[in-house]
Design a protein around this ligand. Structure first.
Ligand code: MG
Length: 369
């Protein structure tokens, strides 16, 4: 570098954030909420090389997008004019925000910054993100997570048929009806609507149950041949989760709410689940994911992704114990090149960076936050 910068460093010139409400093709009723549109926060981080790093995150609520954006603006102000790498950002900003607490919206802001910086670095190197991480873009095992919310059995039967037209051979069903018999009826409806037995069914309770109820329901559900039971109870009760994992034969899946790799490590140490799944915007971006993947690899635990499949596909491509990509098409409404599915697998983008670029014409049609 001729301008006094270290090799690999970036100087941030400007940050743009945009909150967008993205309507879903499939209304998603979970035990926690009925979701018809999702708030996404879009981040553009322009550096002094003229390269724009991009990232987006699902913000759970519109106010989440506002809070995350506000933290991001302040974080970028702290970095302006400095020669930085994603590694430095994780190190320095975690300290700056420590007293406020590096959780929730703060963690998501720092994760987004990290994701955008890694995207820019891969663009500068002219390689896909997965290649920058020492791997390459790979086709990934993926399940369809777009639909199968809590709904009438007739609609479930129709929806699973529509979902399977995508070519994926696995689906996720939301459970947490008032009774076990309703959960079983929903599962059996989905099973009956699938021709052949080569389609995996994951079930997700979105933290709806008590420990006792989780064991009672799990014992019946596991007789039906399901692939995993996700978040049966409060996401951070690792002691109770470990007890459930010991009681049931069917694997327990948790992790979308892990706060940073340290959250994942606590869950792994408590043997809270059989499988883990990581949300790139809660685990600390690309940097946090790599640390988490190291822990998973060291313990031989299968690791899946949570939402944001565009960047997660690159990260799973470079994860030693990569398991399933959670496929949703939410970002199809905002990006130029949606992910492609071939022969039951999701193809990781082979473009440089994370492969995310905004489709401004599509964005104009969306409601802003
Ligand atoms: Mg879930």
């Amino acid at each position: 570098m001729t301008d006094g910068r270290s090799a690999g460093g970036q100087r941030i010139r400007s940050l743009t954030t945009r909150g967008m409400m993205v309507p879903l093709k499939f209304t998603l009723g979970t035990s926690a909420a009925i979701v018809k549109a999702v708030p996404l926060l879009l981040v553009d981080l322009l550096n002094e090389d003229g390269v724009t790093g991009r990232a987006y995150a699902f913000c759970y609520r519109p106010s989440g997008a506002v809070a995350i954006s506000s933290h991001l603006v302040e974080a970028v102000d702290l970095l302006k004019g400095k020669d930085i790498t994603p590694f430095d950002v994780t190190q320095t900003l975690s300290r700056q925000f420590a007293l406020l607490g590096v959780t929730g919206a703060v963690r998501m802001a720092l994760s987004l910054l990290d994701m955008a910086m890694w995207d820019a670095t891969a663009q500068i190197q002219r390689v896909p993100l997965s290649s920058l991480l020492g791997s390459r873009p790979r086709p990934l095992l993926a399940y369809d997570s777009r639909g199968l919310g809590l709904m009438e059995p007739d609609r479930l039967a129709e929806e699973v048929k529509t979902l399977l037209e995508s070519g994926l051979r696995a689906v996720k069903l939301r459970l947490g009806y008032p009774s076990l018999s309703e959960d079983l009826a929903a599962l059996r409806t989905v099973r009956r609507s699938i021709s052949g037995d080569d389609v995996a069914i994951m079930v997700d309770y979105n933290q709806a149950l008590t420990r006792t109820e989780a064991v009672l329901r799990g014992r019946e559900l596991e007789k039906e041949g399901i692939y995993w039971v996700e978040e049966p109870i409060a996401h951070d009760d690792y002691v109770a989760s470990a007890a459930i994992a010991r009681e049931l034969r069917v694997p327990i899946q948790i992790g979308e709410n892990f706060n940073g790799p340290e959250g994942l490590l606590r869950a792994v140490n408590a043997r809270a689940s059989d499988y883990i799944m990581v949300d790139v915007a809660r685990i600390g971006g690309v940097t946090g994911w790599l640390h988490a993947a190291g822990v998973a690899a060291a313990h031989g635990i299968e690791m899946s992704s949570h939402l944001m499949p565009e960047i997660s596909s690159h990260l799973l491509s470079a994860t030693q114990t990569a398991h399933w990509l959670e496929y949703v098409d939410w970002a199809d409404a905002i990006i130029e090149e949606p992910l492609k599915i071939r022969a039951g697998m999701v193809l990781t983008s082979e473009k440089v960076g994370s492969g995310i670029s905004w489709d401004e014409a599509k964005l104009k049609r969306l409601e802003t936050i």
